[in-house]
Ligand binder design. Structure first.
Ligand code: FAD
Length: 384
């Protein structure tokens, strides 16, 4: 019996929806299985905004992928007519030796990316809401900004459906096994077969990817929305950049302009300062002491931001030990299974290019994109 599909994609969140689009665009018969409904808020791809930038402090190796991701995001907007990216500019602020500043500068110089270095008086002049200390500087990148996660996922699901992908929601995979020269996938409803399997599990990586040698840790993260004292006007995207602000103790906070207009506030969050959790046990309530800690933190950097607390929401990071992604053919099933996981709190800006890479790996067994950094073999336990 021939398989029911060419490729089955598990998880239709950020990465899986992009994979379903790129696979179906190439003519593959795709089945997508998702545990929840379309564009839900129980994983890692919700909350209205995600930072995007090119002068990447995490590692210059990400830059070529970002350049491609920018192209694909623009194409996604054109093809679906949805509002996705707002390139309002961005500042990476900290002392010159901070990772946010020095790492961004390294990438900008290595890849010849347009950028400006601003000293503290210049930061205050250009962006009057920001209150740097005298020893802080910023790398300003005009092409930084934000993308909207819900619109991105919806756009990819829309295109995949138009291209004939069969997307099943509220139908989680319960297990899978190798079958003939492909795979067999089980759900409570049915059993499916395919030549290839793509697993994009988000925070469910510890359950779904037990055998690739990567110790994923899942972290609860909180996003906060504040109505600035004096109102949103100075925070509108035509006046206000996205920012990542690193303190001397390595704590990074990041935030956005007021993208939803008057009365809906501006979002701010800590980058990696979460608490360990699982998707089943995550504490969804955000407590007053958490809000107070964020308001206190921001009163130093952007004094007018924490005027009135509006709301908060939780989200999960799926971290690898070195905070680099895992995108590869499955080490134990390289011919049939591709995995994309461990995005460690910085994956969304890469969503379209990850979809393209996963389609390359699943259909061709290889990609021309530079993904050496994402090989799970780097994290395999060293022999005793
Ligand atoms: C608060 C917060 C802020 C962030 N900020 C940024 C940022 O500014 N910039 C940036 O680039 N990145 C950012 N990120 C990271 C980025 O959002 C994530 O890396 C990205 O969304 C991960 O996408 P994913 O597809 O791996 O996970 P998800 O979108 O969660 O998708 C995984 C999917 O798998 C499904 N699933 C699980 N188990 C099964 C099963 N058995 N069967 C079927 N389906 C299953 C889940 O329901 C889910 O839909 C942030 C993340 C958070 C939480």
């Amino acid at each position: 019996m021939s398989p029911t599909h060419d490729v089955i994609v598990i998880g239709l969140g950020g990465m899986g929806s992009a994979a379903a689009h790129h696979l179906s665009a190439r003519g593959a018969r795709v089945l997508g299985l998702e545990k929840f409904g379309p564009v839900h808020n129980r994983g890692s791809s919700h909350g209205g905004s995600r930072i995007t930038r090119q002068s990447y402090f995490e590692d210059p190796a990400y830059v070529p992928l970002l350049l491609r991701s920018y192209e694909l995001y623009a194409r996604l907007e054109r093809d679906t007519g949805r509002e996705i990216a707002t390139l309002c500019g961005g500042v990476m602020v900290g002392r010159p030796e901070s990772r946010a500043v020095s790492g961004s500068l390294l990438s900008a110089r290595q890849w010849d990316l347009p950028h400006e270095m601003l000293d503290a008086p210049e930061i205050r002049r250009r962006f009057p809401t920001l209150n740097p200390r005298d020893d802080e500087v910023a790398l300003y990148e005009a092409r930084a900004g934000l993308v909207r996660p819900e619109n991105t996922v919806a756009a990819h699901l829309q295109l995949a459906t138009q291209q004939g992908a069969d997307l099943h929601f509220e139908e989680p995979m319960t297990r899978w096994e190798p079958y003939r020269d492909g795979v067999r996938v089980h759900t409570a409803e049915d059993t499916y077969t395919a030549r290839r399997l793509v697993i994009c599990p988000g925070a469910w990586a510890p359950q779904l990817l037990t055998d690739i040698g990567v110790p994923f840790t899942i972290e609860r993260q909180v996003m906060y929305w504040f109505r600035p004292a004096g109102g949103e006007r100075p925070f509108l995207p035509q006046h206000h950049p996205i920012y990542i602000w690193e303190d001397a103790d390595d704590v990074q906070v990041y935030g956005f302009p007021a993208i939803d207009g008057p009365d809906l506030g501006a979002k701010v969050a800590f980058f990696r300062k979460g608490t360990p959790c699982t998707p089943e046990t995550i504490e969804r309530t955000v407590h007053e002491h958490e809000v107070a800690a964020m308001a206190e933190h921001m009163s130093r950097h952007i004094p007018s931001l924490p005027g009135q607390f509006l709301k908060a929401a939780t989200c999960m990071y799926s971290n690898t030990p070195d905070e680099h992604f895992v995108i590869a053919r499955h080490p134990a099933h390289p011919g049939s299974v591709t995995v994309a996981a461990g995005f460690s709190g910085h994956g969304f800006k890469f969503v379209p290019v990850v979809g393209e890479i996963v389609a390359d790996l699943a259909l061709d067994g290889a990609t021309e994109h530079p993904i050496e950094l994402f090989d799970p073999g780097r994290l395999a336990a060293a022999p005793a």
